[in-house]
Every structure is written in structure tokens, then in C-alpha cells.
Design a protein around this ligand. Sequence first.
Ligand code: XMP
Length: 486
Amino acid sequence: MNDNLSSIIEKYLHEKGLSRDIAVTFEDVFIIDQNSDIPSRSSIKNTRLRMARDFFLNIPAVSANMDTVTESRMAVALARLGGIGFIHQFLPIERRVREVEKVKRADSGIIEHPFVIRPDATIREARDMMKNLQVSGLLVVDQGMGKLVGIITSRDIRFEDANEKKVAEIMTEMPLVTAPPGTGLEQARVILRKNKVEKLPLVDEEGRVAGLITAKDILKIEQYPLALRDQKGRLAVGATVGVSGDFAEDAAALANAGADIILIDTARGFSTRLKDAIRRLKSELGEDFPVVAGNVDTPEGALMLIDAGADAVKVGIGPGAVCKTREGPGVGTPQLTAVAECAAVAKERGIPVMADGGIRGGSDFCKALAAGASSVMMGYIFAGCEETPGEPFYEDGEKWKIYRGSASLEFQISRVDRDESEKLRAPEGVPRRVRYRGETKGAVDELMGALRSSMSYVGAWTLEEYRAKAKFRRQTVSGFEEGRPI
Ligand code: XMP
């Protein structure tokens, strides 16, 4: 490391109350109380923060790209609250694309390409389509002319026993309440209310379908004011690729499906392979398409990824709740130091750092941001939530969900996209059960409550200010223990 870089890190750590001599993690430090003009935590309204070069989150929470954490349901839940989920990479590409599409269709404002069915299709087909696509209605379109001829909803077929009946026999026929393409959400709201209907197809002058607006989507938009949306008003979602095989084609397919940001993820991020992969993605997806890369845990690693073109760097080796990397290969910097040192150099280049792993509750979340992270990826915190993949189960009189490391033996064996010829690797992760904790909103409210409170102690009205002002002090184990309720 050159002297200049070394002094940048020294200076940053010194300002934060940390030292280069010893690497620390969350429990080793506390955040120092500062003079504050914030009357209460509820006065803090702005929790927006840059997650990648030109990509902002409304709350700095990210759900981990793990098979027991993020598929479309979790991504939808978190985007509604202002954060983002990264669809994991351990599904065949067609399924990953489908998960991205599901997020893009959830409370999307205006659905550009609504699902359609033919009038001569059967009720059985309509029912299957609605179930598989998770929608409550289909527009009926005459195949020859491509014109809207009616609409069929789950209510129409709920008690219909004659599965072989044709859609045309049971659908609500044209004329339906429709509106021309270009109708805005406010206008649509008025039309839907006046006509007491749930769905408003947008139809062009020739009678062809040009979109769909639903009452449910309009209500969702009002219900989630902080929701993270793309330019078309659809919920934002991230998607993940690895560094081998067809990763560049996969990334292009995910971006085409509407993914707003791509994460390129590998356990050993400080590698020529990841550097080359970032260069390739940036050149193939276009310079402006945001790419997050990781994981690294040193400033040298972070700088290499930034120089290769990463728009954000993901930091964390081995701090995770289901990680064994520290135990096995013995590699991995304690997470608070890793985040602070990477943030020190990334700040010089104007690139944000995402802290990944090791968060056990609100205070760790706050400390990761106070150390300089611009977003925080979490697995354990979200794993027990209703919206993660997998069913809850009862054991020892309590409700649980399964959470497992992406490098655990159990996961390697069960991978749906596993090539049978692939050898199993020595596990660097474990499976465990985590308490079921209800909806993601509860988990996020807890984190954000802690963060707003921490901001008010530090005297920071915005998260940029919080990252800049917050300082730590080391504490003893008994100091940490003192802070736990008896
Ligand atoms: P938390 O603590 O939030 O951490 O549960 C989530 C992060 O852990 C990483 N991860 C692993 N690390 N072996 C590891 O060493 C594994 O099997 C493994 N699975 C996940 C990953 O960075 C994730 O975001």
C-alpha cells in the first residue's frame, strides 16, 4: 500500500475513534453521544442514502442474495419499505428472470404488458395461469385481431365447476370501462372510483391492449410512501450473478427483465476473476448500468474493484450468522474495521460501500453505517420473516424458519441449479433454524427505529451527516455486558 493511501486510512480511522493496530467489530465499540438539536427521533424524516454511484435507497436496508432470504416476495416487501432485495444467484437463469419479473409486476402502477388469455381457452387454463402468475385477473384478447374482448377474474371462476367451459362463456364482455394509453394514475383513480371497478385496461384506438391499471396497485402506492421505485413506477429490485459460466449473458437477461442493479458476487472478491468480470459487465451492460461487486474486506481489495468499474463495493468476509470462513481458512477481518477501512478509500473515489453480514440487531446496523457504510446487507435479520422462501415449522413449542449458509454442505447438496458432475466443496457455512418473526415490516421498523434514535443522539438530520459525524470509542467486554438488560 502506498503512503498516501495509508495516511488516508489512518486519518479516517482516527476521526472515527478507531485504530489501525487492532481490528474490531460491532460489540467492541459504542457510538459517542453528541450535542444534538433534534427534538426526537420522529423528527427525522429523511433516511435516503446513495447505495451505488447513481443509485439511492430510501432506507439503507438490503436483503442478502441467499436462497433462504431473497426471492421475489422478500424483494417486494423490502422495496415497498424503501430498501432493496437482491434475488439470489442459485436458481437457473429462467427462474431468476421470472423472480425479477414478479417484482416488476407487483404494485407497478401501470402494467405495460398485462397477462392475456384467448376467449377459446378453458376455465382450467385460466385458473392455472392466474395461479402460476400470481394475478387475480386476465384480459381476454381475440387472437386474430389482437383486440380486447373481455376480462376474466378469479372471482368469476372461484365457484365454477365446469373446468372445460370456455373463457368466452364466463368472462365479462366488452364494452368494459377502459381508458386510452397515456392515462395517468390520478386520472385512473377517478375512473376506477366512479365506475366502482377494480381493473382499468388501457386500450388504443384500434381496440388493442396497451396496458392495465388496477385499484390494488393504486392503493399500494398510497400505502407505501417510501417505496423504492424505478422510473416507470415499478418496485426496484436487484439481481445477482456469479463470476463463472454465462454470468454476462445472465446479467443481460436480468437487466432486460427489469433488474435495476446487478450484484456480482463471489466469496473471494479480491481476485483477478472478479476484476475481469466487472470490466466485462460494465462494458456489456453499459457504463451507466449500476453494478455492485464483492466481497472484499481490505482497502486494497475495495480499490481493485473500484478501479475495475464497480459502482459499489460489498464488504464482509466471514462475519455472517451462518459463516464458517473464519473457522475454516482463518480469513476475514472483523467487520467494523473492514467496513471503516474500505469506506475510507472508497470515499476518496466517491464510491459507496455496502456492509454485508454480522448484523444481529439495531445497534450493529447503526454502527455499520456510522463506520461509513452506505447500505447494509442482512441475512439473519430477515431470515425468519414471513416473506423469505421456505415454510415455517414448529419445533420445541416455537415457530421457526430455516436459514443456511450459501457455502453450507446442505445447501450445496440441495441446489436446484447444481451440475451433478460438480464436486462438493468443503463447507464454509452452516444451516440453522431462526425464530419466525412475522412480516418484514416488523424487522425493518425495529432497525429504522434504532437508526433514527441513533441519528438523534449523534445530532444528524440526514444519513450523510450521520456517516460523517458519528464517532466510536472502544469498550471492554464488561462495558458491553453492562449495556445489556439483565
Ligand atoms: P448475516 O450475518 O446477515 O450475513 O446472516 C449474511 C451474509 O453472510 C454471507 N454468507 C456466507 N458466508 N459462508 C460464509 O462464509 C456461507 O456459507 C455464507 N452464506 C452467506 C453472505 O455475504 C451474506 O450476505
